[in-house]
Design a protein around this ligand. Sequence first.
Ligand code: KIV
Ligand code: NA
Length: 277
Amino acid sequence: MKTVTTQTIRNKKKNNEIITMLTAYDYPTAAILDEAGIDIILVGDSLGMVILGYENTTEVTIEDMLHHVKAVSRGSKHSLIVADLPFLTYHTGKYEAVRNAGRLVQEGKANAVKLEGGTEVIKQTKAIINAGIPVMGHIGLTPQSINQLGGYYIQGKSEEKAKKLLEDAMALEEAGAFAIVLECIPTELARLITEKVEIPTIGIGAGSDCDGQVLVTNDILNLYSNMVPKFVKQYANLQDEIMKATSNYIRDVEQKAFPSKEHVFHIKQDVIDSIYG
Ligand code: KIV
Ligand code: NA
């Protein structure tokens, strides 16, 4: 398997190849995704909700991210690792944005960072790219703005809002972003944006005309019961599997069916006899 770079991702669009991306937050999951051949592993700030039990992503800190980005980097050999810049780590200006993006690369060993927003974050996007760090954009539903959006709703349905999203995508391309996540927007708008920009679009709840697709791994595995969006397809039900395994373990332990002879260690009986005295 070849190592995936941001150049590989750009070239996939040129060659009409589909880009695959999933999230991971820990070593074993990253190792499995990598071995399965996923192009991009995203250490998303969805971490806060699906792993850490926060109410929304605004609670996630740069330290939270670093802790998990490090684990994912250790697990992945080939996939491109993109780490989310969490809430308030890039909004206050270029300096902080570069500093925090730099930490995700230097300490976390991420290959690129992702930040939410369009024209509002162009200044920071350019500064991070100037520091040699590739940037993935993210527009449409931007969960770090949940308090402004009022809920996880579809974005870009009116003409004005659709135009703004196209403008955002073009501004991100112009700023030098290597790809853009389109989250929860009408499929027709995602198609239009995908045709208008040369960099790849990676959709989540944005239909099949994007250049790639991303989902939250815990959602496709049913390992986060609080909220399953309409755009998620579930490929496994790990919640049921873990529930079954746990119940079986409890039953076995209580009934002394576990451990059985294949799980135990022995010493010579005379050693035990001499201790009993
Ligand atoms: O945090 C995340 O998992 C994301 C994806 C949903 C794109 O940003
Ligand atoms: Na995110």
